[in-house]
Every structure is written in C-alpha cells, then in structure tokens.
Design a protein around this ligand. Structure first.
Ligand code: GDG
Length: 475
C-alpha cells in the first residue's frame, strides 16, 4: 500500500481524551488512514509572528500530523482574504460579494508556495498525495515546480461554477492552469465536473477527450464527480441513543405537543438562513392554524467572523429573527429559536431525530452533509421529511426530498406545509429510498473510490514532458 499524504487547510488531530466530536475530513479519512500509512499536512490553526518553514510533527498511531503556523498577514491575505472573500463567493455564484485584491492573491500564492516547499522534502516516491479544497488549488503546481512527480489528486468540496461566473475573478485563468497539474480532480456533482471541464476548454485552451479526460499540452487530467457521503451507521446509532441526552430531553420538554422544524448550518450566506426564516414566516402567515403548533430551531455556529460579509450576515439574521418573532410570536410561544452554540454531534443527531421537518435550503452548496445527517437520524417507523434546496449538490442524489428553489419563499412555505401534513406511508417510502442512496454512497465508498481512481492509470511522469523548474507563483 502506498502512503497516503493528505493536505488540507486545517488539520484535525485526534482528541487525546477520545471523546472529541470528530467531524468532516477526520471522519472521511479514518478508514483510509487505517488502510494506508498516512501523513496529514496543513495549517495548525495557530498564528505566529514568524511563519513556519518546517512543520511541527505529531505522531499518532500510523498517522503523522505535520502542522504549519501562519503569520497574521498570511491569515489575513490567504485565508480571510483570497480564499474566503474572493474565491468562496465566486464559487457560490455570488459575484457581487467577491472582494478581489492583488495583495490577498499574492498572499494566497505565497502560503501555497511555502506549504509546498515544507511538504516537498517529506514526500516519498510512492506516496499518493490528496489535496483538499479551494485554499490549496495551486499546491500541485508548486509541488511540480519543486520536482514532485507523484500522483496528486484534488477534491473540491464546494461548487465549481460555470466558466462565465469563475471568469469574473481576476487570476482565475491561472487557477485553471494550476489545476491541470493534478492527475485527478474530484468535485461533488456531474454538473460541477462539467463546469470545470468547460472552463478548462474555454478559458485556457484545453481539449476535452473521451469521458472525464481533459488534455492541456502534455498534461492529462481527469475531472469527475465524487459525491461525498457521511458515516450513515454511526450517525444513525448516535441518533438512536440520544434520547437520554440532557439537551435532547430538555428540547423534548420545551416542545410539549409542538412539532419541531430544524435547520443546522454554519453562519454563512451560502446557506440561505435569513431567506429560510422569511419562508417560515410566509408559512405561518399562510397557515395561521399552525401558530403555536410548531417551533423552528435554527442551530448556527458562527464562522469566519473576521470577514466583513459574515458580520453583515449576522446582523441581517438577527434583524430578520427579531422581526419575525416580534410580529408573529405570542406569550408562551417563540416561533424561531436561534442558537449560535456548537453542539456535540450526538446532540445534533438527537435533535435531528426529534424534528418532523429538516429544512436544508442553501442558496448554493457543494453537497450539504446536514441533509444526509437529517435522513440518517430519522426513526424508520415514523421518519420526518426533508425540504431540500435544488442548489445543494445533495439534491442530485436525494430526489425523494421535497425539492425547492430557496429564492421562492412561497414555494418553500408550501413545502414546509406539505412536509408537516405528509402521511406516514409516504414519508416511510421516501425515507427508505433516500436512506438507500446515502448508505450506498457513504463516506467509506467516497474515500475508496477517489483513492482507487487516484492510484489507477498512468504515473504522471509517463508521457509527459516536465517543464523547466519555475515557481507557479511567478506566473
Ligand atoms: C463544505 C461544503 C460539503 C454544524 N453545526 C455543528 C456541526 N455541524 C456539522 C454538520 C455537518 C458539517 O458541520 C457541515 O457540513 P456541510 O456539508 O453542511 O457544510 P460546510 O461546512 O459548508 O462544508 C459542503 C462539505 O464541505 C463536505 O464536502 O458538503 O457543501 O460547503 O456535518 O453536522 N457539528 C458539530 N456541532 C455543531 O454545532 N459538532
């Protein structure tokens, strides 16, 4: 088995107490790291006056964690700046929110270059390298410039927009050229894959070959959809066991006979939180008999609070919430409960199981794991119903959800009503089909299929003339 080298913006070191609520990539990579020996390289999350030139190494089992610190300027330009203020909005089709600055872009390239130069010396000839997400698009180009010829894969967790949208971002042609230094590029859906292949053809003159294959000069890359999944079984078990949890019991007591509608999202404008609250408002206005009969709980951990657009969103959410609760609430009934705490995963699983409706209505989302978690958490005998945005990658797979356009508040309000009134037989039938889909495409199969495709095929050195050594950042 070759060693697996994972590179991501943040590195999740296992919690020494063993009690931690592992989420995201850590769960995804667990089995892969059990099969392969592993190295996980990335930002420590710490900011230091001096940038790291060599990583701090932490050994745990058969995985080595290599952690780099960033300077305050790196964090500002690379992370808050280019990645989260310029790239994130563009990738989510929000051209108007994208704030490009040359200084931030230079910082983004600088951090990618310094990660590459710290990592290159640790790479062994047979390593499989798997880079994650939009913070690190130029990493392969930087590694290639340092002579690394291993197979390198990239997975893009967020949407890949149409070329006409990405093309509005200065530097986007360089990013497209950089992406051709990977052997395999995974995106969430076939639509994303199609957008990226079209972008490569239209913007940088690549040639589309058969199937997933794209060629640029001597380079061949595969661009393919790998819809990410969850650990269905463990989430389902956690939800089943959750009834004894204090917070879950407290929620049950607080609800009384009211039915629960739930939304769980990081505080991010891509998730459509104020729009969703307004849809719920429309639902209450259109269905006055439901006042006092339902409670909508919105769990929203704060994220990226140093980015101005997120501070604005926080204000908008609080204003929308206050207005709706003020105008429609009654003594003894608050329509929307909004909490900013981060809860342990078993609590989220339990809250999902309690909810008769799961509201997952992002304006755009790569996949949206919350939709899959909501379904996994349900009681098979009496499942709740998922209302899902057509703009979440998950909607391509979970076609038995009530699929809505989140821009149409009346449509979402009607879907909330339909979900609440749907008979048990139909809910069970839809749930069984969604459960079959998410079980078949779970997290283990996602990791295995990406790594199988990455390790297969020709080695990158074969049939390819390496260009003279030149830093990608100089382009
Ligand atoms: C990106 C893409 C893609 C939420 N609140 C708490 C908490 N969460 C967990 C959820 C879920 C995860 O965070 C969020 O995942 P999503 O997929 O919904 O969204 P992003 O964070 O934007 O993730 C997305 C994903 O990458 C994977 O490729 O699906 O499209 O944007 O698991 O349950 N977890 C805990 N406490 C909370 O309060 N422990």
């Amino acid at each position: 088995m070759p060693r697996l080298v994972v590179v991501s913006n943040r590195v999740a070191i296992p919690d020494p107490t063993g009690k931690g609520s592992a989420g995201g990539l850590a769960v995804a990579l667990k089995e892969a790291f059990e099969a392969h020996r592993g190295l996980w390289f990335g930002w420590s999350g710490k900011v230091a006056a001096q940038p790291s030139t060599t990583p701090r190494i932490v050994d745990k089992g058969n995985v080595q964690y290599a952690l780099m610190d960033l300077t305050p300027l790196d964090r500002q330009e690379y992370y808050n700046g280019f990645a989260n203020r310029a790239l994130w909005p563009i990738m989510h089709y929000r051209i108007g929110l994208s704030e490009f600055s040359r200084a931030d872009y230079a910082g983004y390239l600088r951090v990618n270059r310094s990660f590459a130069s710290a990592l290159a010396g640790m790479i062994q000839p047979d390593d499989l390298i798997w880079v994650h997400d939009y913070h690190l698009i130029p990493l392969a180009a930087e590694l290639r410039a340092l002579g690394v010829t291993n197979r390198i894969g990239y997975f893009h967790h967020i949407p890949w927009p149409a070329p006409e949208v990405l093309g509005t971002l200065p530097g986007s042609q360089d990013l497209l050229r950089d992406i051709t230094e990977y052997n395999l590029v995974g995106v969430q859906t076939d639509l994303d894959a199609d957008n990226l292949r079209r972008g490569l053809v239209q913007e940088v003159g690549a040639i589309q070959r058969k199937g997933d294959l794209v060629e640029l000069g001597e380079k061949q890359i595969r661009v393919k959809g790998f819809p990410i999944g969850i650990d269905v079984n463990s989430f389902q078990q956690a939800a089943k066991r959750s009834s004894t949890n204090r917070l879950v019991r407290q929620t049950v007591a607080g609800l009384g006979s009211r039915r629960l509608i739930i939304g769980i999202d990081r505080l991010d404008y891509s998730k459509g939180i104020p729009e969703r609250m307004e849809s719920f408002e429309r639902f209450l206005i259109g269905n006055p008999d439901q006042r006092g009969q339902v409670t909508y709980l919105q769990v929203t951990p704060v994220s990226r609070s140093e980015v101005p657009e997120y501070a604005t969103l926080s204000r908008v959410v609080n204003e929308t919430l206050g207005r709706i609760n003020g105008s429609l609430g009654e003594p003894g009934w608050v329509p929307i409960h909004y909490v900013n705490s981060t809860y342990p995963r078993p609590v989220l699983a339990g809250l999902n199981r309690l909810a008769r409706v799961g509201l997952v209505t992002p304006m755009r989302d790569g996949m949206n794991l919350v939709a899959k978690e909501y379904v996994a958490a349900q009681d098979p005998e009496d499942p709740g119903m998922l209302v899902l945005s057509k703009f979440a990658g998950a909607a391509q797979q979970m076609t038995d959800a009530l699929i809505v356009n989140p821009n149409d508040k009346i449509e979402v309000a009607e879907a909330i009503r339909d979900a609440l009134y749907m008979g048990r037989e139909e809910r069970v039938a839809r749930w069984e089909r969604m459960m079959a889909t998410i079980t078949q495409c779970d997290i283990a199969s996602w990791t295995a299929s990406f790594l199988k495709d990455l390790s297969g095929g020709r080695s990158p050195g074969a049939g390819r003339i390496l260009r003279p050594v030149q830093s990608a950042g100089q382009r």
